[in-house]
Design a protein around this ligand. Sequence first.
Ligand code: HEC
Length: 202
Amino acid sequence: MIWASADVRGLAARAVATITITVLGLSVAGGRFLEAAGQQQASATPRPETFGFGRPATSDAIASLDIDVMPDGTGLPPGSGTSASGARTWGRACRGCRGCHGAEGGTAAAVVGRDPSGRPLTVGNFWSYATTLFDYINRAMPRPTPGTLTPDQVYGLVAWILAKNEIIAEDAAMNAETLPAVVMPARDRFVPDDRRGGPEVR
Ligand code: HEC
């Protein structure tokens, strides 16, 4: 009994000693680390003026990226197009939109449809601003080669999609004046979100 208890006490003492050494070891290592970090900071070379790559952004380069179109039409370029011209671009044999979206829209992403249930979501029942169509097609379509359409072609495609959705007349021309004036069927399905992030947000 005595032996056993002495043995246990010995083990416990050794364990405490090991823990203490480990803690000391850690704190010594930690001290060295902080010291090294301090030295590194002190000897760091000042940041250079330039890193020797890239080039200044030219106004042309900025203009090619600055293509956003606002709901009120700000950002729309000069140009014009009708549903008839849009139909030609839509159906172009190579890289046309029809290959992916179908004859009237519907395979890749439905662009035609007014079903108020919102199934499927389309330009006709979900998009709140007509100008977004210009922005989106101009920046993102046709999917394999975005950015290759002229403003006239984009206006034509916008006119074609709006006419197919029976939102504008077949012969209406879309341009920087007429497009922002188009009222989309889904305009009132959206309300401005003016919550400020306080308790009113759930
Ligand atoms: C290679 C296939 C492909 C081609 C070609 C293509 N699209 Fe698309 N398009 C897509 C896909 C896929 C989406 C869905 C993208 C997403 O949701 O991220 C889409 C989305 C769209 C939308 C948004 C639909 C919505 O309600 O969200 C419009 C509008 C559109 N395309 C128009 C066009 C027009 C106009 C052209 C021709 C200039 C074109 N697309 C060519 C594949 C294509």
